[in-house]
Design a protein around this ligand. Structure first.
Ligand code: URA
Length: 210
């Protein structure tokens, strides 16, 4: 389905997100809440994963029991803020494969420039979740997904915490085939490209760098 945006508005996620948004929330609490929300996001985003039956022995009987089918998922963190979502998701999906992509914005041209790219060799044919807490202008997400498509995964989903309408529109102009999953859609971007009302700089709040 093209241009799909799924708002994951579970009450636990909404409550925790409100705590994260508050400016007095500490770095430790912010990181903890992001980890918790990420597990809940992972739970929803993986809802459609295929299952197959395998024969097992319980202490009492044999049964055909469901297990996840196919190759293991690949989680891709867009550095550096994607790390917070990645860590939470790995608690729920510990056997997932992991990749990282690092992009910075050229101060002159404002074009994202790749400075790091490391994904597992065997991504081809796997389902991929690309994670970054903030879909703001969408520039990094768009560039990251173009680069990741070169590795020929079976599918890509983009997962974030907050999205701006401008970021969603930009992302889907370039990647209508990649569904977005987000815990909230905020009002707009400010002139620095921050999401309003938002939660500030996710990386700084997560790592205490400001
Ligand atoms: N990145 C952030 O960390 N926060 C925003 O509001 C926008 C981009």
């Amino acid at each position: 389905m093209n241009n799909s945006v799924t708002l994951i508005d579970h009450p636990l996620i909404q409550h925790k997100l409100t705590l994260m948004r508050q400016k007095d929330t500490s770095t430790a609490k912010f990181r903890q809440l992001l980890g918790e929300i990420s597990m809940l996001l992972a739970y929803e985003v993986t809802r459609s994963m295929p299952l197959e039956k395998v024969l097992i022995e319980t202490p009492l009987a044999s049964m055909d029991a469901p297990v996840l089918a196919g190759k293991k998922l690949v989680l891709i963190s867009i550095m550096r803020a994607g790390q917070g979502i990645l860590d939470g998701m790995l608690q729920l999906i510990p056997s997932a494969r992991v990749g990282h992509i690092g992009l910075y914005r050229d101060p002159r041209t404002h074009i994202p420039v790749e400075y790091y790219f490391k994904v597992p060799d065997d991504v081809h044919g796997r389902d991929m979740l690309v994670v970054d807490p903030m879909l703001a202008t969408g520039n990094s997400a768009v560039a990251a997904v173009y680069r990741l498509k070169e590795t020929l995964p079976q599918s890509i989903k983009f997962v974030c915490l907050l999205a701006a309408p401008e970021g969603i529109a930009h992302f889907h102009e370039e990647h209508p085939d990649v569904p977005i999953f987000t815990a909230a859609i905020d009002e707009q971007l400010d002139d620095q490209g921050y999401i309003l009302p938002g939660l500030g700089d996710a990386g700084d709040r997560m790592f205490g760098t400001k």
